[in-house]
Design a protein around this ligand. Structure first.
Ligand SMILES: O=C(O)c1cc(=O)[nH]c(=O)n1[C@@H]1O[C@H](COP(=O)(O)O)[C@@H](O)[C@H]1O
Length: 270
């Protein structure tokens, strides 16, 4: 999907919500286990209930890979459903891949061609030639992990190099020099709002994927204060806070209310 289409959806819906499909068999309502494809059935109901309040969906691939072939089938059914029923929705494969070029090109083929996602999350640790195969898809988006939401982010990402840049700043600056860098977006955790100002100095207009609101303790107000751009520039993800708002037959309704509350707060900022 081209960026103007995403920006248009953000304006129409007054939302920059990304619903994370971290679908865990152990957490979905018991009655769904009787279905032939419980993970897809759960996702379908969540998507139908929340799509009017969201502009993006982000299946976290680990939750599907963990289930073997059945998980891949559920993932395929989910992305096909999204692409067929909600073509205006931006889709992100949260796969966090990264490898040498010829292997990276297979990851790109898997998620951009075979599964037809609009975007993928990628670890930048292996550098330019590991990211180029993703960037060669000029109609797709590559989302680099820059400053993650977890505690371990401080192990490497904030360490200062000889140029006096923190590693996360160096990732931002270097990635801007790559071909097709307009296709880049960046992951910045909602748990670290104090870093948004320095990040916006380097990438004033780029879209940031911001996980970590709700279950991880981040809050929307802090993120918006320094993260918003004239075209919004943010996709704020919530997974567990929406998916598991209830675990009975009312799960989709409960998810809808959580998504609606986030959208209403977002509307007050954009
Ligand atoms: O790339 C991500 O999406 C990601 C990066 C990061 O720094 N932190 C982070 O939580 N995520 C993902 O965002 C989602 C957050 O889920 P909740 O904490 O349940 O809302 C999970 O799928 C994480 O894997």
């Amino acid at each position: 999907m081209e960026l103007p289409k995403l920006i248009k959806q953000i304006r129409i819906k007054k939302s920059f919500l990304c619903v994370g499909l971290d679908t865990d068999l152990a957490k979905i309502p018991q009655y769904l286990h009787k279905q032939p494809n419980p993970v897809f059935e759960f996702n379908r109901q969540i998507i139908d209930a929340t799509a009017k309040y969201a502009v993006a969906f982000k299946p976290n691939i680990a939750f599907y890979e963990a289930l073997g072939i059945q998980g891949w089938e559920a993932l395929k059914d989910t992305i096909t459903y999204l692409n067929d029923q909600y073509p205006e929705i931006f889709t992100i494969a949260d796969a966090k891949r990264g490898d040498i070029g010829n292997t990276a090109s297979k990851y790109a083929q898997a998620f951009f061609e075979n599964l037809n996602f609009d975007a993928i999350t990628v670890a930048p640790y292996m550098g330019k030639d590991s990211i180029e195969p993703f960037l060669s898809y000029t109609n797709k988006h590559t989302i680099l992990l820059v400053l993650t939401s977890n505690k371990g982010a401080f192990d490497f990402q904030t360490k200062i190099d000889v140029q006096n840049d923190a590693l996360y700043e160096s990732v931002l600056k270097t990635s801007k020099t790559w071909n097709n860098s307009k296709q880049l977006m960046y992951v910045v955790g909602a748990t670290k709002p104090e870093y948004f100002k320095s990040i916006r100095k380097i990438v004033p207009n780029a879209f940031l994927l911001v996980p970590g609101v709700g279950a991880q303790g981040g809050n929307l107000k802090d993120v918006c204060q320094y993260g918003l751009t004239k075209d919004c520039g943010l996709l704020v993800n919530s997974s567990r806070g929406i998916l598991y708002a209830a675990n009975g037959k009312d799960f989709a309704k409960a998810a809808e209310l959580k998504a609606k509350a986030l959208q209403e707060e977002m509307a007050s900022y954009v």
